[in-house]
Design a binder for this molecule. Structure first.
Ligand code: GLY
Length: 378
């Protein structure tokens, strides 16, 4: 196969963490790459996320997705090292584990069962009784019954990761063009390139990494449109004293993620309301009720930020990766709740497919949606 540096340009539509990670990976392998987006880079869901690396804590039952997320978790530190080195920006990866707290008999039993399952998989974890849970995380409600610490998980500062990728790509002379209206052009067999306000730009490969907007790119044949739907997540942040909450935690109905700048992120709602991304009284009340039930001592802290984002959801909650019916047109979207965790692994899989034709697990193909019956129109 022709080396990437001797092949035509690869255009990536979408300057979120998925698109930027793919551009970084392809450029490292020698490809000519450009990234286009209608909006600001590293914003939308990539900016709104909490950056949890929760491959185990999410308790993913679907086997292909579980394998993908576990692989992603293992590969993540090497990716962050590479981005940090290429950009001189530290995305603040934390791998100090995630705590799940139980506040009643049923959730305690569920955590105990979960600990047995993790032991069977050989995943490092610690089951804590109530006293140990409060020692580890004194902010927890005194009614806590126990907790499970899953060791190799954690978080990354997704906003810093976006900034780091943009800095790395700038140093690698990769164009990231934003505020661009883009139309894709195809012939009967394959993608030909993209049209922007600057004119037509031929491309050997075009990758759609446009997140929740992926089904709506102009010029794309219907059979190549992924069945992706926005799922709104509202978030908020509190300002807390240093280390008041030490770990990322699941509190039953919400999660909290500490940042080194003193913010504690609280998330997230999940609503299928189209592209409506308003921050609502009901959404914020839900988050505050849940977080204060699990950690009442947070009540006195300042509310410093409220925001929302649109996750790209798919009918089976798996991402859509790889080929479409038109040659050269690939998808990397639909990452739903796991876009940050999956950005590096997605980049590696897509780059392997582009560079060497390595097939991606068909469980993630567009074709799984029964002859594309589920594909949506423009
Ligand atoms: N990854 C957590 C969320 O989507 O809310």
């Amino acid at each position: 196969m022709t080396a990437l540096n001797e092949r035509g340009e690869i255009v990536i539509i979408g300057a979120g963490l998925i698109g930027l990670s793919l551009a970084f990976e392809l450029r490292r392998r020698g490809a000519r790459v450009a990234v286009f987006d209608r909006f600001e880079p590293a914003k939308a869901a990539s900016w709104a996320a909490a950056g949890m690396l929760a491959a185990r804590t999410e308790e993913i039952a679907d086997e292909p997705m579980r394998v993908l997320c576990n692989d992603a978790l293992e590969n993540f530190p090497a990716f962050v090292d590479a981005v940090r080195e290429a950009s001189a920006v530290d995305p603040q990866l934390r791998r100090d584990g995630i705590v799940q707290a139980a506040f009643d008999d049923a959730s305690l039993e569920r955590l105990q069962a979960r600990a047995r399952a993790l032991a069977a998989e050989g995943v490092g974890h610690t089951l804590l009784d109530a006293r140990e849970a409060l020692q580890l995380e004194p902010a927890l409600a005194s009614t806590v019954r126990g907790a499970l610490l899953t060791h190799d998980e954690g978080s990354v500062d997704n906003r810093l990761l976006g900034r780091a990728l943009l800095a790395a790509l700038a140093r690698m002379h990769v164009q990231v063009a934003t505020s661009e209206e883009i139309e894709l052009e195809f012939d009967a067999r394959r993608v030909c390139g993209v049209r922007t306000r600057w004119g037509f730009r031929p491309a050997e490969i075009v990758v759609n990494a446009a997140g929740a907007w992926a089904p709506h790119l102009a010029g794309v044949p219907d059979e190549c449109r992924p069945p992706v739907e926005p799922v709104k997540g509202e978030m908020l942040a509190l300002a807390m004293p240093h280390d008041f909450v030490r770990h990322t935690m699941w509190l039953g109905g919400c999660y909290v993620v500490p940042r080194t700048d003193g913010r504690l992120l609280v998330g997230a709602t999940g609503e299928r309301v189209g592209f409506d991304h308003r921050i609502t009284a009901g959404g914020q009340r839900q988050l505050l009720d849940r977080v204060l039930a699990g950690a009442p001592s947070l009540a006195g802290f300042s509310l410093v930020e409220q925001w929302s984002g649109l996750r790209p959801g798919t009918p089976d909650e798996r991402p859509i990766l790889g080929r479409t019916p038109r040659d050269g047109y690939l998808l990397a979207t639909g990452h739903y709740r796991n876009g940050v965790l999956l950005c590096a692994r997605t980049a590696e899989l897509l780059a392997d497919e582009i560079e060497r034709g390595t097939p991606i697990d068909p469980a993630f193909s567009l074709a799984r949606f029964s002859n594309n019956e589920a594909a949506v129109g423009a």
